[in-house]
Design a binder for this molecule. Structure first.
Ligand code: DON
Length: 444
């Protein structure tokens, strides 16, 4: 057994545990879906490094149905922005079934983009031009999320188109309520086609993983949607993705998720992985019975609940040396003593706060020169960049020499020979050079 088989084993164990669940029934209101195999059951997981794991029926194709909704919403958000999309579709849990005939009384907007009414408008908002017809844009986007070219199950599409009067009624109702810039009645057919796009559980896990990975597909490396759009989409999935069961799902399972009536279910563990289940027997809310059970168990057993404190980030600061603790340096010549702080890992707000606090601890007099060693730092995000630049700038401006060991140039500081004098922080390739500059050796 390979080492990574351990992950596959965990999925196999979940699969074996929940395969005996025989409750629920396959969706019948779309006649073609009634032909699905009620015994099919697959679980798939795709990590942020693009590692794929699965158990059971992970290669059986089925139609996305409502699992398409968050991805088309993400496409609309990336084309039009949250404010414009939000004018036409709200982001409030409806507390109603996915196919409810209901719009907000005051605005006429659907409650959210996860219920059918909101999904139809969302699809209608995707531009339809002769060079790039609406459905081509939708299919292309869904394919990029999956990391391979998806296609349409024409039989399921025809079956839904033949029986989809309730969704057409919703489209007419929406059109009757307000001055929409687009025609939902014309778009409802595209909505049927997007629901009939065919994918496997592994594809769904890759799509979920792309949302978990800030919009970048971990299999292809392609930025499918911008990071903020992925976050917005996950927020709506968390609050509305499971329809009238969304609150209970967030309470118990604690992951953004989306179900579809063909038996697909995706769940997203942000920055960890995308998860998908396929099993066509549904509960009364239209969610896969086994999928719900398996995702719920996995979340609990792996401690994935969003509101659960994530493991505290590993230590950031690896050295805080005050001048008193440091030896003098140089060929027997006592030098001015210098405080030294070293940090490691990826620096975000939390880590930057730790570094700034450590810089103060290392300089009890508030006047000591200081070296901040970032050699073991693997990344500095925008917030940490601003915080560290500001903090180091304040120390330097107070008159204390401030040196950063920053071979990767993460803080984009001037080197010691560049203009600016000693009142700005300086970047160095090694700690020895930084110390030498702080003690007065070298240009300054
Ligand atoms: O609009 C419909 O009725 C279907 N094409 C999709 C509904 C769906 O998947 C609801 N989700 N659980």
């Amino acid at each position: 057994m390979s080492a990574a088989e351990a992950v596959t084993e965990a999925l196999r164990e979940l699969h074996a545990r929940f395969a005996p669940l025989g409750e629920g029934s396959v969706a019948e209101y779309i006649p073609q879906l009634a032909r699905s195999d009620p015994g099919a059951f697959g679980l798939a997981l795709v990590s942020m490094d693009g590692h794929r794991y699965g158990a059971g029926d992970t290669t059986v194709p089925f139609t996305l149905q409502s699992v398409s909704k968050p991805f088309v919403y993400a496409l609309a958000l990336s084309l039009l922005g949250l404010d414009e999309v939000g004018r036409w579709v709200n982001a409030e849990p409806s507390g109603e079934a996915y196919n409810a005939i209901s719009l907000e009384p005051d605005t006429g907007r659907p409650d959210n983009a996860m219920v059918n009414a909101g999904a139809i408008i969302t699809t209608a908002l995707i531009p339809d031009t002769s060079g790039a017809p609406r459905f081509e844009r939708v299919l292309d986007c869904l394919s990029r999320f999956a990391g391979r070219e998806l296609d349409v199950d024409e039989q399921v599409y025809a079956s839904e188109a033949a029986t989809g009067d309730r969704n057409r009624a919703l489209a007419y109702l929406i059109r009757s309520t307000g001055p929409l810039p687009v025609d939902p009645v014309a778009a409802v057919d595209t909505y049927f086609r997007q629901c009939a796009v065919r994918a496997t559980a592994t594809d769904l896990a890759a799509m979920a993983a792309t949302l978990a990975h800030g919009g970048v597909n971990p299999l292809t490396g392609e930025a499918v949607v911008p990071g903020p759009v992925a976050a917005q989409t996950l927020a709506v999935m968390a609050t509305c993705g499971m329809y009238d069961g969304s609150g209970d799902w967030l309470l118990r399972v604690g992951l953004p998720a989306k179900s579809g009536v063909s038996g697909g279910l995706i769940a997203v563990s942000p920055a960890r992985f995308g998860l998908a289940a396929y099993s066509p027997r549904l509960d009364p809310t239209g969610t896969s019975v086994r999928g719900r059970a398996a995702v719920g168990a996995l979340s609990e057993e792996l401690g994935l609940h969003l509101m659960h404190n994530p493991a505290l980030a590993g230590s950031t600061v690896t050295l805080i040396a005050t001048p008193d603790e440091l030896p003098t340096a140089g060929a027997g010549v006592p030098r001015e003593r210098v405080a030294v702080v070293a940090a490691q890992g990826a620096l975000d707000f939390t880590a930057a706060e730790r570094v700034l606090y450590a810089l103060d601890e290392a300089r009890p007099g508030g006047t000591e020169p200081v070296v901040l060693d970032l050699t073991e730092v693997t990344g500095v995000d925008r917030v940490a960049f601003t915080m560290l630049s500001g903090g180091l700038g304040r120390i330097a401006a107070s008159g204390a020499r401030t040196a950063v060991v920053d071979r990767a140039d993460r803080l984009a500081l001037p080197g010691p020979g560049e203009p600016g004098g000693p009142a700005v922080p300086r970047g160095f390739a090694t700690r020895a050079r930084a110390l030498a500059w702080c003690t007065g050796d070298g240009p300054g």
